[in-house]
Design a protein around this ligand. Structure first.
Ligand SMILES: [Fe+2]
Length: 353
């Protein structure tokens, strides 16, 4: 009990000072509220307390532990039919620290709209995003507010069509959430937004071509961002398109960006196997029934899980003003877990999950 800092929850004890042959000297149990607490005295004089619920969690299987650690709850795969009832909430709910409306939908569907957001003042969008967690800075800046003018050297800043992709595959830790808010579109048309559920596409590949799935899950792919002056960002290692939890096998992240892809980590004579598998995944991503198209409108912020949902857009004419930002994955999942399980429960699972 004295070996953990009460406020910071950090370990204070030098673990390696514990004798290797330590044993239990005595045990007692008492009831505190609704909890049974076991008290142990160790042979080196240390005393420990373990609640029954803690000991119970230690016996969970790997899958159940991952559910709490990563908040793998209620994930629902979707296809184009989600257009009839897409997940959405209101600005007022997204701003309410006691509401889990936005984050639970983001976890379940991988995206959510926030309606009734001011489109006259981009600061309202920024404020709402900061309620989730702090905004991530990149070489493009932090919170952005731009019109298509190629100010940053990336196709995202042009008016050409963009195929479904995930962003920032050139980082070791790609952005967790991404938000777009179309503030205005004048003197033109087009620019519908495309969303594809990467987890659903992966599931389809798993069921139709196990070998291709395995290749995309094991072969490392490199990426880069080199358009801006003085910049060539590459992840510290290659990562597969489909990344899984090593303990449970759950799919955790989809990385898919043809524009930013660099080399495939295979001997030249085997590299074709990756392209064959990738071609199959690409065909699934481009199936009409997997594509959800929606025209963004001022006042409606689109937020999506960049580790799961791919995004794209059709070409457009005229002038579009868009604001948005990235948020780190660990930060938004932490916020979601606090609201879903409560900090006390998350902490109980720390040592065992
Ligand atoms: Fe993008």
């Amino acid at each position: 009990m004295l070996c953990t800092h009460d406020a910071t929850k950090q370990r204070l004890l030098d673990t390696f000072s514990i004798p290797k042959d330590i044993s239990i000297k005595s045990h007692s149990a008492e009831t505190r509220g609704s909890e049974t607490v076991h008290r142990l005295e160790w042979s080196d004089g240390h005393e420990s307390e373990y609640s029954r619920s803690f000991l119970y969690q230690a016996m969970f299987d790997a899958r159940r532990k991952a559910v709490q650690r990563q908040a793998l709850v209620g994930i629902k795969l979707w296809d184009s039919s989600i257009a009839s009832d897409p997940p959405k909430t209101l600005y007022v709910n997204a701003m309410n620290p006691n509401s889990n409306d936005l984050l639970s939908r983001l976890r379940r569907f991988g995206f959510c709209y926030v309606d009734e957001t001011s489109f006259e003042n981009p600061k309202a969008t920024k404020k709402m995003l900061e309620k989730i967690a702090f905004i991530r800075e990149t070489h493009y800046g932090g919170f952005y507010d731009f019109t298509a003018d190629l100010a940053s050297k990336d196709t995202a800043y042009t008016n050409i069509a963009l195929e479904a992709h995930t962003d920032t595959t050139y980082f070791s830790d790609p952005a967790g959430l991404q938000a777009f808010h179309l503030l205005s579109h004048t003197d033109g048309e087009g620019g519908a937004s495309l969303l594809v559920d990467g987890f659903k596409a992966a599931d389809e590949l798993w069921h139709t071509d196990r070998k291709a799935y395995e290749i995309l899950s094991t072969v490392n792919v490199h990426g880069h961002a080199s358009g801006n002056e003085g910049i060539s960002i590459q992840p510290y290692r290659g990562f597969p398109v489909l990344e899984h939890d090593t303990a449970t096998g759950d799919l955790l992240r989809v990385r898919w960006n043809t524009s930013d892809r660099a080399s495939i980590e295979l001997p030249i004579e085997e590299v074709e196997t990756w392209y064959d598998a990738a071609r199959k995944f690409d065909a699934i991503l481009k199936k009409k029934e997997n594509e959800y198209w929606e025209q963004l409108v001022p006042g409606r912020v689109l937020i999506f899980d960049n580790w799961r949902v791919l995004h794209g857009r059709s070409s457009f004419t005229g002038k579009r003003r868009i604001c948005g930002a990235y948020i780190n994955r660990d930060d938004w999942i932490s916020k979601f877990k606090m609201r879903r399980f409560g900090k006390e429960n998350v902490l109980k699972g720390l040592a065992v999950n």
